[in-house]
Design a protein around this ligand. Structure first.
Ligand code: NAP
Length: 340
């Protein structure tokens, strides 16, 4: 008989990593269009940190538990789901609730594991690749031959975005990072130029582009960066905002936008409906999964922790020490395996 309860990691109150606690709670059931996944590994993302701090409440109807990335085995299939069966190995973009032994997720948001990857590696993929695809390919409308500036090149989203841009669009990528070692990682992942953002990064972007600027900027900082980015854009350029860590408000020149036909846009992925996320999943499986399978795109796991050590995992992100992804191992032995 299916267990009625499960262990999960809950957020007791807004605060530091110490507010994360193992709790016992009812196991979720698969609703219409959903599957329940037995979670073997879960990714840790910046939105989890912001949720823990009380700055990113789950959207209505989503699990109150943190956790957007999961990899595991389908345990239960809800009504109206085609193409998935109990026992299937999947990774998925959850709407929350990934830090748990079981997670209910819309079937459209599930993907097969790329062949040859372990469950732990697969758990590092969904959130950052969905985000990079949504913002660079769909909103940024990146086109072959263009130049892309990625602020925060060694973030999970930055590394995914750099590889998508280089391997699928053959564009010039300029990435920024806050340390020389991190700049080197940007270059290792395919960026042609890496700039330390602690210096005069605007001047450096102008210099490496011969004064021409860039076509697309991927930015989670906002605030005072926004006008600087608009100033760096070529005609018809696009700035895509993923976050607003510097400030949520700023003043920009609307004249520059009109004169050079610029686009200032942005998005948050979490509240989008399953059909939208499912459409991204389908494009990732078609275009990115084959490259993950032959090694032309790779995932970089900075650290993997047994999930009982979730506070240490969050501490790494709090201190911004990670380069790439941090993963929680819910069932460590199975998480290290590659499904048959
Ligand atoms: N809108 C959405 O749907 C969505 C979804 C997921 C994530 N996000 C956002 O996307 C971003 C990346 O997320 P993540 O989880 O992959 O990585 P992350 O761990 O949040 O990485 C933060 C990045 O910001 C960089 N950074 C910090 N200060 C900076 C500055 N002054 N100038 C330029 N870059 C700076 C850091 O660079 P260093 O490490 O080199 O200091 C690091 O690469 C986050 O801001 C997250 O909130 C948005």
């Amino acid at each position: 008989m299916t267990a009625r309860t499960m262990r999960a990691i809950g957020i007791e109150r807004p605060g530091g990593p110490e507010v994360l606690h193992m709790v016992e709670m009812p196991r979720p059931r698969a609703g219409a269009g959903e599957v329940v996944v037995r979670v073997l590994a879960a990714g840790v993302n910046r939105p989890d940190i912001r949720q823990r701090l009380g700055l990113y409440p789950p959207p209505p109807g989503a699990s109150p538990l943190p956790g957007l990335d999961i990899a595991g085995i389908v345990d239960e299939v809800g009504p109206g789901v085609d193409g998935l069966r109990p026992g299937d190995a999947v990774c998925a973009l959850a709407n929350g609730g990934g830090y748990a032994q079981f997670c209910a997720v819309p079937a459209l948001q599930c993907m097969p594991l790329p062949r040859g990857l372990t469950f732990a590696q697969a758990a590092s993929l969904p959130e950052v690749f969905f985000t990079a695809w949504n913002n660079i390919v769909w909103l940024g409308r990146l086109a072959r031959g263009e130049t892309l500036l990625i602020q925060g090149g060694t973030s999970g989203v930055g590394l995914a975005g750099t590889q998508i841009a280089r391997r699928l669009f053959d564009v010039t990528v300029i990435a920024t990072a806050g340390a020389q070692e991190k700049c080197q990682v940007c270059l290792d992942f395919g960026a042609q130029h890496a700039i330390d953002y602690r210096g005069d990064w605007e001047a450096e972007v102008r210099r490496v582009t011969g004064g021409e600027g860039v076509d697309v900027v991927l930015d989670a900082q906002g605030g005072d960066y926004t006008q600087k980015h608009l100033d760096l854009l070529r005609f018809d350029g696009r700035v895509v905002l993923l976050g607003s860590h510097r400030s949520a408000t700023t003043e920009v020149s609307t004249r520059a936008i009109a004169h050079r036909r610029l686009t200032l846009t942005g998005s948050t992925l979490r509240p989008r409906p399953p059909a939208y996320k499912g459409a991204i999943a389908a494009e990732l499986v078609k275009h990115v999964w084959p490259l993950l399978e032959d090694g032309r795109i790779v995932t970089r796991i900075h650290a993997a922790f047994p999930w009982e050590e979730v506070r240490a995992a969050h501490g790494l992100l709090d201190r911004n020490e990670q380069v790439g992804k941090v993963v929680l191992l819910v069932e460590p032995a199975l998480a290290a395996t590659v499904p048959a």
